[in-house]
Design a protein. Structure first.
Length: 398
């Protein structure tokens, strides 16, 4: 899982990772949270066995330390220093989570609540380290899941078996194309026939998102079309409803070299006149006030806008927020110099914004760069890449 606090990839907002899909099923609904069963209502420890009390005390200390590390600001002046600091942080979380899992084994009540937190922290930490190209993370995750499969607690072992199956569809964002092609082939083979369950659908959607952010647009487009057809056959109406968005996503992923349609209403109430942008290079920036990577990109985008705007560069923001007032306040507070599309239709807010539905946008950040002829030239023009492309399309900075 990629941390939403650290933009290690452009998938940072919603790319939660395959391993997070079943974590909510690990803890029974009636299991008390770790901090809820340490004391009686009067604040004492009456009725709690000494062994359980000892486990609780150790586990609570570990939980607090993990919580502190999750909230720890990333340190470092350069990106490399920040990555090193973040990696050290994740390593420490994995170490503490291992101790917490060990405490869950000693818990007289079975420790499923502690185990759930420990598994979540371990899997998340190792997945993030894997995305940061840690050479040992994948092997460690495989070994950890194998250990969970052998756990004597049925809930944990059953969860681990499902997770073990899912890991074969997992890959790092910088994985070799051959590895990604193998995953695509396995998905098609495994889900070519039969009904697709809710859990299967969640897994498939997660892989599709990961595939897109791994910058294999052709493979992602092909797989979106494949599952658009499969989902449409589902007897589950919720799963069947995903088909339209997958087809729209495939349409967006196939836009390179093709014209794009842009329509909608700006925050000031005016309608976008797409023809008026012909002859200019335009960045379509899908964003939301809650998307930290989107917000973190604004200083870079503002700087580039100031350099190239007078030479024919425009930005059109497309907000997928649901609260108009929040968007207006953000735009005003940050003095954004470009216009933002926002829907006033209550049925067309958030991911249902017409421009989001038209091109299958269901995660952030998403950007589309359009050249002077109105054709799409990039689906990933962020950071230094945006500056490089504008230097080619408009000319080097003066």
């Amino acid at each position: 899982m990629i941390s939403p606090r650290f933009p290690t990839t452009t998938a940072a907002c919603l790319l939660l990772g395959l391993s997070g899909l079943l974590l909510l099923t690990l803890t029974p609904a009636d299991a008390a949270p770790p901090t809820a069963r340490q004391r009686d209502p009067a604040g004492g420890t009456q009725g709690i066995e000494p062994a359980e009390q000892a486990v609780n005390q150790k586990a609570e200390a570990l939980l607090e330390r993990i919580h502190q590390l999750n909230r720890k600001p990333i340190e470092g002046e350069t990106r490399e220093e920040q990555i090193r600091d973040y990696s050290r942080n994740q390593r420490e979380i994995v170490r503490l989570a291992s101790q917490l899992f060990a405490e869950s084994v000693e818990d007289p009540r079975g420790g499923l609540d502690y185990a759930a937190v420990a598994v979540q922290a371990t899997v998340r930490g190792l997945r993030e380290l894997q995305q940061l190209s840690d050479p040992n993370a994948k092997a460690e995750l495989t070994a950890f899941v194998k250990m969970l499969v052998a756990d004597k607690r049925p809930t944990i072992s059953q969860f681990a078996k499902r997770l073990q199956q899912e890991l074969k569809y997992d890959f790092a964002l910088d994985a070799r194309r051959e590895e990604v092609e193998w995953v695509v082939g396995e998905l098609k083979k495994d889900f070519a026939q039969g009904q697709i369950s809710d859990q299967d659908a969640a897994l498939i959607l997660q892989v599709l998102m990961l595939l897109e952010y791994a910058r294999h647009a052709d493979l992602a487009r092909d797989l979106n079309l494949f599952f658009a057809a499969r989902f449409a056959e589902s007897e589950n109406q919720q799963i069947a409803s995903y088909s339209e968005r997958l087809r729209a996503t495939a349409k967006r992923l196939g836009l390179l070299g093709k014209p794009i349609e842009v329509s909608g209403t700006f925050l000031d109430g005016s309608q976008v006149d797409w023809d008026a942008y012909r002859g200019k290079v335009v960045l379509l920036d899908y964003w939301a006030t809650w998307c930290e990577p989107c917000i973190n990109e604004i200083p870079n985008l503002r700087k580039i806008y100031e350099i190239y705007h007078d030479r024919g560069f425009e930005v059109i923001g497309i907000s997928v927020d649901e609260d108009r007032e929040m968007v207006e306040k953000f735009v005003a507070a940050n003095a954004l110099p470009w216009k933002t599309l926002f829907s006033d239709d209550p049925a067309a807010l958030g991911w249902n914004h017409p421009m989001a539905k038209r091109y299958g946008v269901g995660s952030l950040p998403i950007v589309i760069l359009v050249d002077k002829q109105g054709k799409v030239v990039s689906l990933d023009a962020r950071g230094e890449e945006l500056g490089r492309l504008l230097a080619e399309l408009i000319g080097p900075p003066e």
